[in-house]
Design a protein around this ligand. Structure first.
Ligand SMILES: [Zn+2]
Length: 361
């Protein structure tokens, strides 16, 4: 049975779906689909099912094979010889968070030579109109509800882009989830799997209206008319770029481990070879009810050559250190919650992932 599903989203932090030229003059469908697929794969793997590595896939449509020769992610999102199981049309009601002449805001806390580069991204509402098999649309609703609570859409989630709140869901299919629950497969070291992802949320009441001006790196931006104006536009939208300040504190003030693990966990933007994506994603600050929030996640992959269990534990300790959060955000009464709520890091079970996702078996 096919259906039509409409999900309206409102941005909590700017949305970035850059094109090949590195511009984001509108919300690009490919950027949304790419991020949905990344999360969908992590979710499928977290539930113990198979999702191939899309950069090196063996999935190909073969009608005589079981599941047509496709993993669950390729079945839904498509691969060679097999179309995506839903059609997506985006109604874009967004605008840039700040206007020219400022393109990038370079947030450079004291002591950093390069700092972090933040593009404006887009803010406002987007409406996702999905058409396809009801069984697939049900999964998309689960995915979007999960991303609303804990994840993000679009690119640059590591720098806090793409958080949203669901304004309205229309045409939600009335049928059970359709997640296959079977003997779980072991997790993979190099592919995202919800069993190896942990989530955090810091809730705080800022000290005074200008609290954000004291964040490391802000003074420099406020000293220039153009960047001060861009920053003020973000502040007027109640979106405060706190991610560089937090990452700076975690990486350069707290991390004590070896250099190769540091690069694996915190990422590399420059240098030789492929850039390594940071394993930590942390959002900007946004208001929620009577307080403000910052949230994100950390991917603690199974141990491998660069990553010992000590390195993963150290990263977990750093992220879980409530005092450090309070200090960076100057929020003495702020409270941190994490999922899972454990001191010693260990991967979660499929059962834990299931209850976290709130999916019916
Ligand atoms: Zn596949």
């Amino acid at each position: 049975m096919t259906g039509d599903l409409t999900v309206t989203l409102e941005t909590l932090t700017p949305l970035w779906t850059g094109d090949v030229a590195g511009k984001c003059d509108r919300v690009h469908e490919t950027g949304i689909i790419g991020s949905l697929r990344w999360w969908y794969e992590a979710l499928v793997r977290g539930l113990g099912d198979r999702a191939c590595d899309p950069t090196d896939t063996t999935c190909e449509y073969k009608p005589n094979k079981s599941n047509n020769g496709l993993c669950d992610a390729c079945h839904v999102f498509g691969t060679t010889g097999w179309q995506r199981r839903f059609r997506l049309i985006i109604e874009d009601h967004t605008e840039p968070l700040w206007s020219p002449p400022t393109q990038m805001l370079n947030v450079r806390p004291p002591g950093r030579r390069r700092g972090w580069y933040l593009p404006p991204g887009r803010v406002g509402q987007i409406r996702l109109r999905l058409t396809g098999d009801s069984s697939v649309l049900v999964k998309m609703v689960t995915l979007l509800r999960f991303l609303e609570r804990w994840g993000a859409i679009g690119a640059k989630p590591q720098l806090g882009y793409g958080l949203f709140r669901i304004v309205e869901i229309k045409g939600e299919p009335r049928e059970p989830g359709g997640w296959k629950m079977q003997e779980p497969l072991p997790s993979h070291t190099s592919l995202p799997d919800l069993r190896h992802l942990a989530f955090f949320r810091f809730r705080f009441s800022p000290q005074g209206k200008g609290w954000w001006t004291r964040l490391p790196g802000m003074e420099r931006l406020l000293g220039d008319n153009d960047t001060a104006r861009a920053l003020q536009q973000a502040v007027d939208r109640e979106m405060i770029p706190v991610s560089p300040a937090l990452k700076n504190a975690w990486r350069f003030e707290r991390w004590q481990g070896p250099r190769d693990a540091e690069r694996e966990l915190f990422g590399t933007a420059f240098g030789r070879g492929d850039p390594v994506r940071s394993k930590i994603a942390v959002s900007w600050a946004y208001p929620d009810g009577d307080a403000w929030e910052v949230r994100g996640w950390v991917w603690l992959p199974a141990q491998d050559r660069e990553l010992s269990s000590d390195a993963l534990q150290q990263l977990w300790n750093i992220v879980r250190d409530e005092k450090a959060w309070r200090k960076v955000l100057n929020a003495p009464s702020g409270r941190l919650t994490t999922v899972p709520d454990v001191e010693t890091w260990q991967a979660q079970s499929v059962e834990q992932v299931k209850s976290f996702l709130e999916v019916e078996p």
